[in-house]
Design a protein. Structure first.
Length: 134
């Protein structure tokens, strides 16, 4: 039986993952503001880049005609995170350069999320409400 709480559809898994990524980037932004450069560089690390790239790739697979747009956003995101890592390694004060890169990354993830059709977002929200009610 598909979808069920134990067998969700790909959008029911991947849209929330992208939303979690966007929220995590907001946390990275807060870390930059408080000059916690270890957290910022961890977010821009090779391991994080690999994980985020896989998330973007899987997300692209659910979007049909918009998949190429997401893959373009994935490439832009990877470039931003490389630049962020370089900026963060310099431990800037003030953190304006890092904040610029983080804000761009948040915008890219938001742009990818915005490509999900409203009907799919509605289904995902209904699934989440059902799952929370269990």
């Amino acid at each position: 039986p598909y979808p069920t709480p134990t067998h969700p559809t790909p959008p029911q898994v991947l849209l929330p993952r992208m939303e979690v990524l966007r929220e995590a980037l907001k946390g990275v932004r807060a870390a930059a503001i408080r000059a916690d450069w270890d957290d910022v560089t961890a977010a821009a690390s090779a391991d994080a880049a690999k994980r985020d790239s896989a998330t973007f790739g899987r997300f692209a697979s659910i979007l049909g005609d918009e998949a190429y747009t997401v893959l373009n956003l994935k490439s832009r995101y990877a470039g931003v995170m490389v630049r962020l890592g370089k900026v963060a390694n310099g431990r800037p004060d003030p953190p304006d350069g890092a904040l610029k890169e983080i804000d761009e990354a948040i915008g890219i993830v938001s742009d990818a999320i915005a490509l999900v059709p409203a009907a799919v977002v509605k289904q995902v929200r209904e699934y989440q409400r059902r799952k929370e009610g269990e």
